[in-house]
Design a binder for this molecule. Structure first.
Ligand code: PMP
Length: 430
């Protein structure tokens, strides 16, 4: 029973490990876009962007099982899997991004990206975006305002410059166009100036290609282009965190940075890459990768092991052969359109935004002051669970309903989800 599991979790897993929902949900099985309880009750998964091609996709499961029965070892030996997978993965990137380092989590990827940037530039300062989350290591908590500004937070260390979140709904500049993008990029220029005033140069600017923990924020046009110019002019490198948004989720492009018309110097990958199997990577240029040259600078025991590579290859196969990027584009556009219609019927809906299957609905109690409807958002998530839909909240104010389902999500699923949302929005207490 759930109570017993909760008591054991508290005793043996620490009190920090929180669960979704006021009354926690116990699940025993997943398939496609659904999770199931012991009694077989289905829940439509509207939020899990890790099981990217669907929970327990049979081709991914079979690939992992097959490889696990034959060989699993580290990169100190030659094996085919890592080179085949690296070539296949790198084929999806524009030049000159042609080298990858395999790791096991998004945090490891970002931590390694920072080390690479610092080794390459010989500098230490990092520019990060307000509200961002980049991972759970000490170095990443330091550049994740989402964490260090929260309860128990202690502010950023002196080598971190935090710039204003480029949000066209909530922030000093409004809109999504190029003017807004350039205006927000000027904060990056100010951060560069500040580092230079101290007699140093930036090591890196790190930014998600669409902001997740920041509240499902779509970067205004031209933001990365202008920000990259400022950073590169000062000798720093530009890191795109695609841990959440990569692998076709954006729909129009395979990598979300492509929507901004830029090529980053380093790209970090994670979550969807192994469909739930711990697999992640750092992709960069030969020049930057060359900063690690003596073989002692970096080693990862599990990174790029044959089982991970087999699983990663199967994920790429499934995305391509099942047309899932195109599905994310068309179903995402349809879902965005249906969600946008909620603005007409519910006064709580302040902004509806996103791209592909990476969408957010920001709830406010006042359209002038943009006072966040945080409690309403939590209530809606709990009620959606009662209707059999799993969604969650994001954003520093926890008032953004986030929708980022496995990209097998269909138009029928979109209709069912929005129909249920409509019912919840129509409740008297909202
Ligand atoms: N970057 C981003 C944008 C993330 O959202 C996360 C995880 N939520 C990470 C990095 C860290 O990934 P992981 O939890 O796999 O270490």
């Amino acid at each position: 029973p759930a109570d017993e599991i909760m008591a054991i979790r508290q005793r043996h897993l620490g009190k920090n490990l929180s669960v979704a929902y006021d009354s926690p949900l116990k699940i025993v099985r997943g398939m496609g876009g659904f999770l199931y309880t012991e009694t077989g009750q289905p829940f439509m998964d509207g939020v899990n962007n890790v099981c990217h091609v669907g929970h327990c996709h049979p081709r991914v499961v079979a690939a992992g099982q097959r490889q696990m029965a034959v060989l699993n070892t580290n990169t100190r030996y030659l094996h085919d899997h890592i080179v085949e997978y690296a070539r296949r993965l790198l084929d999806t990137f524009p030049d000159p991004l042609s080298v990858c380092f395999f790791v096991c989590s998004g945090s490891e990827a970002n931590e390694l990206a920072l080390r690479l940037a610092r080794t390459f530039t010989g500098q230490r300062d990092i520019i990060t975006v307000d509200g961002a989350y980049h991972g759970n290591t000490q170095g990443l908590v330091d550049i994740s305002p989402y964490k260090h500004d929260g309860p128990g937070g202690r502010g950023a260390p002196d080598w971190v410059q935090t710039v204003v979140m480029p949000c066209g709904y909530r922030g000093p500049h409004k809109g999504t166009g190029r003017k807004t993008g350039a205006a927000y990029a000027r904060y990056v220029k100010t951060a560069v100036d500040c580092i230079e005033a101290g007699g140093r140069r930036p090591a890196a600017f790190i930014c998600e290609s669409m902001l997740g923990c920041g509240g499902q924020v779509l970067l205004p046009d031209g933001y990365l282009w202008a920000a990259f110019e400022h950073v590169r002019a000062a000798g720093g490198v530009c890191i795109a965190d695609e841990v959440q948004v990569g692998f076709g989720r954006a729909g129009t492009h395979f990598w979300a940075f492509e929507t901004q018309g830029v090529v980053p110097d380093i790209v970090t990958l994670g979550k969807p890459m192994g469909n739930g199997h711990p697999l992640a990577a750092v992709v960069t240029t030969p020049e930057i990768a060359g900063a690690f040259h003596n073989g002692m600078e970096y080693f990862n025991t599990y990174g790029g092991n044959p089982v991970s590579c087999a699983v990663g290859m199967a994920v790429l196969d499934v995305i391509q052969s099942e047309g899932l990027q195109e599905n994310a584009r068309t179903v995402g556009a349809y879902l965005l359109q249906r969600l946008s219609a909620l603005k007409e019927t519910s006064p709580l809906v302040g902004d509806v935004r996103g791209l592909g299957l990476y969408l957010g609905v920001e709830l406010v109690t006042d359209h002038e002051t943009l006072a966040p409807a945080t409690d309403h958002a939590a209530y809606i998530c709990n009620r959606m669970k009662d209707y059999g839909f799993l969604i969650s909240t994001d954003g520093p104010l926890h008032n953004v309903l986030k929708l980022k389902p496995p990209i097998v999500f269909s138009r029928k699923d979109a209709d069912a989800l929005v129909d249920a949302l409509e019912k919840v929005f129509a409740e008297d207490c909202l």
